[in-house]
Design a protein around this ligand. Structure first.
Ligand SMILES: C[S@@+](CC[C@H](N)C(=O)[O-])C[C@H]1O[C@@H](n2cnc3c(N)ncnc32)[C@H](O)[C@@H]1O
Length: 239
């Protein structure tokens, strides 16, 4: 395990932005991931899948991120990427953007995308709220997926939870008209918290999420399902 700070972030932006950005990169990285065998062509494709914005302080265009225009789904905190990879395989006509804080996981997803010859996947190593609020074009996401966000069970850590009142409005600003936010968790106390946040959020309506046995599952979801644990979910539409 080691810590890494991206040097570019320590020299640009105002002081508050620098503090925010520095904070999000001071995270532990995993170094024990499984390596997929890749040839030079795959390595180049993996590199293309890793989206590194020209600026972390200006909005990008979708054409900076993807090769062709298409509806975009975001996997927020995509982890090791089983879900985004499966979705991208299932929907080659759509584009998929994963955001993830840990570099090891970002690289792993990019290698998987390359291995599967997926050209509709990009992964960004950056804090998700910053990405949605400051980096992406407004109203560009058709579906935002949040799979198994860290529950932060200790009371004094709950302010670190991803799903907060402010996050709902940040997501809403990034969603296209009629776009959806889909959240899943195994953690009942966190889900009860999420339900309160949802109830307070303006500009969304809760909609049914019928069970679909063919719907892709995330890495964490697989682990919880294997242990027979219940999964709690919420599906919201921007109104
Ligand atoms: C519990 S894991 C779930 C990963 C994946 N969604 C799944 O279900 O398998 C949460 C992931 O979100 C990432 N993460 C947490 N907070 C984040 C943030 N603010 N921005 C980007 N990634 C974040 C973590 O690094 C971790 O990989």
């Amino acid at each position: 395990m080691h810590f890494r700070i991206m040097p570019a972030f320590t020299t640009c932006g105002d002081a508050q932005s620098q503090r925010n950005i520095r904070g999000i990169f001071m995270t532990q990285e995993e170094t024990t991931e499984t390596q997929l065998p890749l040839n030079a062509e795959h390595l180049a494709a993996a590199e293309r899948a890793h989206w590194r914005p020209k600026s972390y302080f200006e909005r990008a265009q979708m054409s900076d991120i993807f090769d062709r225009p298409a509806p975009v789904e975001a996997d927020i905190g995509c982890g090791e990427g089983a879900f985004i990879i499966a979705l991208a395989q299932r929907h080659p006509e759509r584009n998929f953007l994963g955001t993830e804080r840990l570099l090891g996981r970002v690289e792993k997803v990019c290698r998987r995308a390359a291995h599967e010859h997926l050209t509709n996947v990009r992964v960004l190593r950056l804090e998700s709220s910053w990405t949605l609020q400051h980096l992406l074009p407004k109203e560009c996401i058709s579906i935002a997926h949040v799979g198994f966000p860290d529950p932060w069970p200790k009371r004094h850590h709950q302010r670190r939870r991803m799903i907060q009142d402010e996050f709902m409005q940040v997501v809403r600003g990034a969603l296209a008209p009629g776009g959806e936010l889909r959240i899943k968790t195994d953690d009942l106390p966190y889900f009860q918290w999420i339900e309160k946040v949802i109830a307070n959020a303006t500009g969304f309506e809760r909609i049914e999420w019928p069970f679909d046995p063919t719907y892709p599952i995330t890495n964490f979801e697989r682990r919880f399902l294997e242990r027979g644990m219940p999964i709690y979910s919420a599906r919201l539409r921007k109104v």
